[in-house]
Structure formats: structure tokens, C-alpha cells
Design a protein around this ligand. Sequence first.
Ligand SMILES: NC(=O)c1ccc[n+]([C@@H]2O[C@H](COP(=O)([O-])OP(=O)(O)OC[C@H]3O[C@@H](n4cnc5c(N)ncnc54)[C@H](O)[C@@H]3O)[C@@H](O)[C@H]2O)c1
Ligand SMILES: O=C(O)C(=O)C[C@@H](O)[C@H](O)[C@H](O)COP(=O)(O)O
Ligand SMILES: [Zn+2]
Length: 367
Amino acid sequence: MRTLTVDLGERSYPIYIGAGLLARADLFKAHLAGRQVAIVTNETVAPLYLKQLEASLSGCELTAIVLPDGEAFKTWETLQLIFNGLLQARHDRRTTVIALGGGVIGDMAGFAAACYQRGVDFIQVPTTLLSQVDSSVGGKTGINHPLGKNMVGAFYQPQAVIIDTTVLATLPARELSAGLAEVIKYGLICDEDFLAWLEQHIDALRALDGQALIEAIERSCAAKARVVGADERESGLRAILNLGHTFGHAIETHMGYGVWLHGEAVGAGTAMALEMSTRLGWISSDERDRALRLLIKAGLPVVPPAEMTPEHFLEHMAVDKKVLDGRLRLVLLRRMGDATVTDEFPREVLDATLSADYSALVAQLDQ
Ligand SMILES: NC(=O)c1ccc[n+]([C@@H]2O[C@H](COP(=O)([O-])OP(=O)(O)OC[C@H]3O[C@@H](n4cnc5c(N)ncnc54)[C@H](O)[C@@H]3O)[C@@H](O)[C@H]2O)c1
Ligand SMILES: O=C(O)C(=O)C[C@@H](O)[C@H](O)[C@H](O)COP(=O)(O)O
Ligand SMILES: [Zn+2]
């Protein structure tokens, strides 16, 4: 087992990474506030892993809250189902909420924990690659609004993150690729060595090689822990974790939540951020192409949806959480492995990025 720490003073917590950790009763029990535990999961994950987790929590007073599955259910209405489950089973302030599932479950269960009786403890047990490398770490919790992604939520840190890598065996290939978008993100924003490692190991990761997965998860979580430890509430540096997300969130909102997976939208959004960084002269077209090849090898889309016009993008991007005083701020690459958040770009470069021909960009890659 590998153990990392998210260093946030009195809110610091461990991230445990290893094969078979769902069976480690000792890890779970070390982080419970009291005897009451509410497991929040969904109708896909419950039949696969709920019994295993319940076995590790023997002796606890358990409630399982099983939600409908999908990004389209990351809503107020579903949040209310969590509160109904907690109240019906008379959960008190010493309850621990355990999120068992992907990022949708983790974000919602964390937000419910932040709100229930003004805050109860929670533990993240992420079961998708995306949630193991990104969403379970750092305390961003929340739900979507029809007008914008993750627009209602709270910063609320878990007590621990327990990552069992064996659960990835049942993850659909499309979801694995979506997770790789966030893994590649870390290489691009802050770790060029990791980017080179990913180029060497992308096939092994897609083939679910256990050692490669553990290394990718550990390096990703370490990068995220470093950034979050330096800027928990995104007053500056943390925004680099949003590479590709301003464009990507526009795609998710415009297409309807769940039509494009979050990781897929981040893949295409990252291609747009790479293109804009190239047009600004910050990275070369060879460097852009190198990153595009890796995204494609990971099984990700790098061409935004054909039905989205520049005007559609601009409309959705105007409600991005990084907008300040009406000014759009974007995460772009100054160099490979070095991201920055900036509002200093000519409007024409943004317009050119939004109307660029991404299919042509892909077509020239192999020529
Ligand atoms: N809080 C953050 O910092 C943060 C970071 C990145 C993404 N997010 C959010 O995370 C969400 C995306 O998370 P996601 O990609 O995990 O999607 P998800 O939670 O929808 O899970 C993807 C699918 O995989 C299924 N699944 C989960 N584990 C499985 C397993 N082991 N075997 C088989 N099927 C399994 C789920 O039921 C679902 O159908 C988005 O809402 C995004 O906004 C949050
Ligand atoms: O943890 C962060 O900070 C991130 O930006 C991670 C992103 O991958 C994630 O999608 C996050 O939910 C986006 O946050 P938002 O504040 O832009 O909604
Ligand atoms: Zn993301």
C-alpha cells in the first residue's frame, strides 16, 4: 500500500492506494467518527462492491443510500434523496458518510456531508480512474445547475481517501479513457517527466496493468495534493487543475449532462487549450501535436462537437467560476509542464481558437 498526505494543517488527511483495500477494515475503522455510517453509492456500483465494503464495516450501524446513476442525476433532487436516507435512519452528528463510486457520487456525497446537520465526516472510496486520480482529493464537492457545471457546492475535505485499484477491473473502457484525460492533465500542467512516462505507459494503462495503474494514480494524487496543499480554495495556483475545463464544461453543459463524459469534454477542451497556447506562441506546434497524440492514444476525443459554434462556447464560458469582474480567465500552457491562469490574451486569439478546424489538426498529425 502507498500512503500520501494532503497537507492542510488540522484538515490534513491520508490517501491510501493499493490493490484490495476495500477489505481493509482497519483503514476504514481508523477514520470513523462514531458507530453510524451511511454509504452513498449508485445502482451500478452497489451490486459490484457494496457487500465488500459493508463487510469491512461490520459492527457499525449501517445505512446504504443507493442513488440513480449518471451525471444527469448530479442535482438538488438527488441530494435530497441523500438527506432523506440520513434522516429516515436517524443519523446523528457523529455519522460518517462514505462515498462509494465515481466522481458524481463523491461530489454529491461530499456536499451532503458538508450540509447535513451543518457538517459530518466523510470518507472517499473512489471507484473510477477519474475519481481515484482527481475528484476524491481536494475537497471540491457539489452539484450541477442547468446553466453551469458544479455551480452549487462547498469546499469540504474528507477524513481519508481509500483507493482500491482492483475495482478498475469492472470499469468500462470508455470510462477508463475519461479518467486518463485528468491523468494527462497533471503531466501538462506541472510534470513534464510524468508526461514522458505516460507516453511510454499509455498502452499498459489502457490494458489495466496493475503496476502502471498504481504508479499513475500515485503520481496524479501527489500532484493534486501538492497543488491543493498550496491553495485549498483556489485563490490562485489551484486554478491550473482546470486546464481544458473552461472549454470542457461548456461542452458538457451545452450537450446535456452525461452526453459527453466529463473526461471526454476535458480531452477536447485540452486540445483547445493547447491550440490557444500554440497560437499565443507559448508552445510550439510540435509540442501541441505531441500532446494531441497522447490524448488520442488514450482513447479521447480532441475535436469539439460539430454542433457547437464559437457563440455557444462564449455563452457558456461567461459563467465559468474563474470569471472575475466579467473578465474571462483561462488556463493555458506557458511551456509543456507549466500552466498559468491568465486573462491576458488578445480577443482575436480566443476567437481563432474557438473557430479552428480541429479535424484538420488531427488529420495532419500522421503526415
Ligand atoms: N471534485 C473534483 O475535484 C472533481 C474532479 C474531477 C471531476 N469531478 C466530477 O466527477 C464527475 C465525473 O466522475 P467519473 O468520471 O468518475 O464519472 P461517474 O461518477 O459518472 O462514473 C462513471 C460511470 O462508471 C460507473 N462506475 C463507477 N465505478 C465503477 C466500477 N468500478 N466498475 C464499473 N462501473 C463503475 C458509474 O456508475 C458511472 O456509470 C463529474 O461530475 C465531474 O464534474 C470532480
Ligand atoms: O480540483 C480542482 O480544483 C479541479 O479543478 C479539478 C477538476 O478536474 C474538476 O473537474 C473540478 O470539479 C472542476 O472544478 P470547477 O470549480 O471548475 O467546477
Ligand atoms: Zn475535471
